[in-house]
Design a protein around this ligand. Structure first.
Ligand code: UDX
Ligand code: ADP
Length: 466
């Protein structure tokens, strides 16, 4: 088996960047070049000021500092990196289609296909091509067909090696993964390619955690894992609404059922709704695939997880409006948090976007403080929804770099992300400077509600009878 000396990763995003940084740190003898067509992103990855890295992940800066310039490089010369590499990771984005057949459901494989065509054009020697991006089942076959068209005698082995890291904990997840999954062809060459990739992970991952499967199982496992996790969140969120009307407390219910070892305690935190680049997209992929095989009952079953999530976001926005005397017209509503979870600057599919959009439809003025998300990003998230014009979005969104100014004179405060720093604020001072009655809508159940009520706040918490 040929050992891997050079790796190229196409796509320097939330997956490619942190994953390659850790692989480079653990394999100093392998040269890794991460390439991207986005010059600005590559510049940011190369910035000497580590606070300017394009991806915020706790611990990432130190690893980049150690490996960058040694065996980890960031570049825009995609062709050169592909040409030199023995193994190529494809980590380009695969958003949900916003047009044509499968609109709003199927994955847009445009970037994947472009990437495959580029590899086919450039490659002069045999290569292992690894799908890292989340993809619908049987994408590997499509990639293979494109690659096999080169006609210049180059042989490609396609592997599926889905990413299981969660944002905000990416470095810890990469350092100590529950498992690494590698799917490959059931041929001698396929098995050799699997072992070549496995040897890279074996630098720090115990062998028994490196699972080998066929390509389709690997691809489908990624979608299934995310669908199961999202389903847990939607299940507890469904119960949260029942708790609110019945007087039960969803955090007590979570604790009670989580101690059942068959259920387990993780992913049972009720929230304003799950976000992130994977959950919704992967379930939609699953639904689309099931439908395309004519499996309507299977498709409907999984689609319900998304329907529940949309409902949760909607009812949170609605709760704000009804509580504020059925009108938020021209009222200042302050948001704490915009990212889809804490410890990341990623906002894809964040509940905050949908809640803000709905309140803006009611003519509210939204003032946001998030420790890591920029004003431009928030505007682009709202514009991407395309339910309102960019001019209208601009008029209703104000961003603050100081939480206290964001909250000053607000009619209500909504907690959208569970950033730890929110718990440390001077809530008495905030109360004193707000419109009365002063409302807090805790969509993440992170604050000390008794203490807030003692100050004078009226508190609504997701999943608690009020
Ligand atoms: C997820 C998977 O966890 C990861 O394995 C996969 O590789 C990519 O997708 P990520 O989207 O980064 O990772 O974040 P995750 O921690 O799974 O959270 C997703 C969403 O669910 C967040 O909005 C989070 O706030 C929400 N969530 C999670 C809840 O509302 N309640 C919970 O109990 C857990
Ligand atoms: P993920 O969360 O999957 O990592 P991102 O959107 O953060 O998604 O990252 C994907 C990256 O892939 C983007 O920076 C994008 O510019 C890059 N990309 C997309 N297509 C190509 C391509 N053909 N060549 C190089 N980079 C690409």
């Amino acid at each position: 088996m040929k050992s891997i000396k050079k790796i190229c990763c196409v796509g320097a995003g939330y997956v490619g960047g942190p994953t390659m940084a850790v692989i480079a740190q653990k394999n100093p003898h392998i040269q890794i070049t991460v390439v991207d067509i986005n010059q600005e992103r590559i510049n940011a990855w190369n910035d000497t000021d580590l606070r300017k890295l394009p991806v915020y992940e706790p611990g990432l800066d130190l690893i980049v500092a150690e490996a960058r310039g040694r065996n980890l490089f960031f570049d825009t010369n995609v062709d050169k990196a592909i040409d030199e590499a023995d193994l190529i990771f494809i980590s380009v984005n695969t958003p949900t289609k916003t047009y044509g057949k499968g609109k709003g459901m199927a994955a847009d494989l445009k970037y994947i296909e472009l990437c495959a065509r580029q590899i086919a054009r450039v490659a002069k020697t045999n290569k292992i091509v690894v799908e890292k991006s989340t993809l619908p089942v049987r994408t590997a076959q499509a990639i293979k067909r494109i690659l096999d068209q080169t006609g210049n005698g180059v042989e490609f082995q396609i592997l599926s090696n889905p990413e299981f890291l969660a944002e905000g904990t990416a470095i810890a997840d990469l350092m100590n993964p529950d498992r690494v999954l590698i799917g490959g062809a059931e041929t001698v060459e396929g098995q050799e390619a699997i072992e070549a990739l496995a040897s890279i992970y074996a630098a720090w991952v115990p062998q028994e955690r490196i699972l080998r499967t066929n390509v389709w199982s690997s691809e489908l496992s990624k979608l299934t894992a995310n669908a199961f996790l999202a389903q847990r969140v939607s299940s507890i969120n469904a119960i949260s609404e029942l708790c609110e009307v019945s007087g039960a407390d969803v955090s007590e219910v979570s604790r009670a059922i989580g101690t059942d070892s068959r259920i387990g305690s993780k992913f049972l935190k009720a929230s304003v709704g799950f976000g992130g680049s994977c959950f919704q997209k992967d379930i939609l992929n699953l639904v689309y695939i099931a439908k395309s095989y004519g499996l309507d009952a299977v498709a409907d079953y999984w689609e319900q997880v998304i329907i529940m999530n949309d409902h949760q976001k909607h009812r949170f926005a609605e709760k704000i409006v009804t509580t504020l005397f059925n009108t938020v017209n021209d009222k200042k509503i302050a948001f704490l948090g915009w990212a889809f979870k804490k410890d990341t600057n990623d906002t894809r599919e964040s509940a905050a976007i949908y809640v803000a959009n709905e309140l803006m439809e009611e003519e509210a003025q939204i003032h946001v403080y998030d420790p890591k998300v920029t004003h431009l990003q928030m505007l682009s998230d709202l514009d991407y929804l395309a339910t309102r014009t960019p001019e209208k979005n601009k008029k209703h969104l104000t961003t603050h770099t100081d939480p206290y100014t964001a909250l000053e004179a607000a009619h209500g405060i909504a907690i959208l992300t569970e950033w730890d720093e929110f718990k440390e604020y001077d809530w008495q001072r905030i109360y004193d400077n707000m419109q009365k009655p002063a409302f807090i809508f805790d969509g993440r159940d992170i604050l000390d509600h008794q203490a807030l009520e003692n100050i004078g706040f009226e508190v609504y918490t997701i999943g608690k009878g009020n």
